[in-house]
Ligand binder design. Structure first.
Ligand SMILES: Nc1ncnc2c1ncn2[C@@H]1O[C@H](COP(=O)(O)OP(=O)(O)OP(=O)(O)O)[C@@H](O)[C@H]1O
Ligand SMILES: [Mg+2]
Length: 393
């Protein structure tokens, strides 16, 4: 600990320096207030022993200067016998304590230690206070962010609602127009190949209009689903559920898709798979998404969909030999709209809501979804769902 001793009396300086060094302090001595202030500017001290009565700049003035420079520095005044009134003034100005001359070393040592400890504690308390303030500010910022996120979600969901109705009309009218067109083509053209070709083109355009609108409607449904789930307002219909039944139903529907792409499709479900407690539609949605992703991102090889019991869980494993996913994207793909980033290069069909939805649904079932994948080698998605407990059935 570094102590600055300030006293015009050489003898006092000498004694204090000697004795304090013996007690393990490092000391620096100054013979007047001015040089004390200069020393104080250059170096850091843990405490100051300051003579009250000095020629030139006296103790009180020096104290003021020192505390201007460092308001926390513990200063102990050394007073002449009977000068208590001035010592009290010094304490009012922020001195820590005073000792009377001739200085009693043991008392000074104790006072110094206590003063330094107190100053350290005060610094700590102040730092803690700052931390508390900072964490309060952080909390506020976090609340604000959450609020903004909520506003955004509400906006997204209300806009989506508004889009749904006109879109239904668009799809409806486009479909009716197509039907009418097809019906009246023969009457209209009377065999003219040029007009036939034109009308067929209109029909094709209408077909695109319908399919794109349906895609948009699907997207809107996904957004509404997702926002409702995030807001906790989605409705769930819990029932004892056979995953075998769900998977087999969906797999049957996917058979044609895989065949068309020339992919082998294997479904392997363990016998006597226990039931889970789940929402049939939502779980179907998850399996559906898994298989449609596998189909979309696999050009050759095979897709496997397996289910087995492991302990108190059912583990679903959907594996493909497709293009795979970069390790850096393994976390990102479960985030909303993850695909938007590479839209320009990849021209993907989806928007990247499938996996986030799956993750939310699986989470609501008390389960977990994970991916293992390597570019070029394929992907394995693993979904772990807890088995329904007997007493809950
Ligand atoms: N089996 C897979 N193989 C390779 N990449 C995949 C696979 N499944 C998902 N991905 C990657 O993760 C992204 C996000 O998938 P997700 O299902 O969320 O969105 P999407 O299929 O692109 O669009 P959406 O499902 O909303 O129509 C995909 O765009 C794709 O890049
Ligand atoms: Mg998808």
């Amino acid at each position: 600990m570094n102590i600055l001793i300030v006293d015009d009396d050489e003898m006092v300086r000498y004694v204090l320096t000697e004795k304090l060094s013996e007690s393990g302090f490092f000391t620096t001595a100054a013979h007047d207030g001015q040089s004390a202030v200069e020393l104080f500017r250059e170096r850091t001290f843990d405490a100051v022993l300051l003579d009250l009565k000095m020629p030139g700049m006296d103790g009180i003035e020096t104290l003021k200067e020192l505390r201007k420079h460092d308001p926390d520095i513990p200063v102990i005044m050394v007073t002449a016998f009977g000068d208590i009134a001035t010592a009290v003034v010094a304490i009012k100005l922020g001195a820590y304590d005073f000792v009377e001359k001739p200085p009693q070393i043991s008392r000074i040592v104790v006072t110094l230690r206590r003063a330094i400890e107190k100053a350290a504690l005060e610094r700590e308390v102040r730092a803690l206070g700052k931390n508390v303030e900072e964490s309060a500010a952080l909390k506020l910022a976090y609340e604000k962010l959450k609020e903004l996120d909520k506003v955004k979600t509400t906006f997204l969901s209300s806009v989506s609602h508004e889009l749904r109705t006109p879109l239904t009309s668009i799809i409806g009218y486009a479909e009716i127009s197509r039907k009418k067109l097809v019906k009246i083509i023969p009457e209209l053209v009377g065999g003219d190949p040029k007009i036939t070709k034109k009308i067929l083109q209109v029909d094709e355009n209408l077909e695109i209009l319908v399919s794109e609108s349906e895609r948009l409607a699907g997207l809107i449904e996904s957004i509404l689903d997702l926002t409702a789930m995030e807001a906790g307002t989605a409705e769930w219909r819990w029932e004892p559920l056979s995953l075998r039944e769900v998977i087999e139903n969906i797999a049957a529907a996917f058979g044609a898709t895989f065949k068309e792409k020339g992919l082998e499709f294997v479904v392997a479900i363990e016998d006597d798979l226990p039931l889970i407690k789940g929402d049939r539609n939502r779980i179907s949605q998850v399996i559906n998404q898994m298989l449609s992703n596998a189909a979309a991102f696999t050009d050759q090889g095979r897709v496997t969909c397996g289910a087995k019991r492991v302990g108190n869980d059912i583990v679903l494993r959907i594996a493909d030999t497709g293009r795979g996913i970069l390790a850096s994207r393994h976390g990102v793909i479960f985030e909303k709209f993850s695909q938007i980033g590479d839209t320009l290069t990849d021209k993907p069909k989806g928007v990247g809501l499938g996996l986030p939805l799956c993750r939310l649904i699986v989470g609501y079932h008390g389960g977990k979804i994970d991916v293992e994948s390597e570019p070029g080698k394929g992907s394995v998605f693993t979904i772990v769902l807890p088995v329904e407990r007997e007493d809950e059935l």
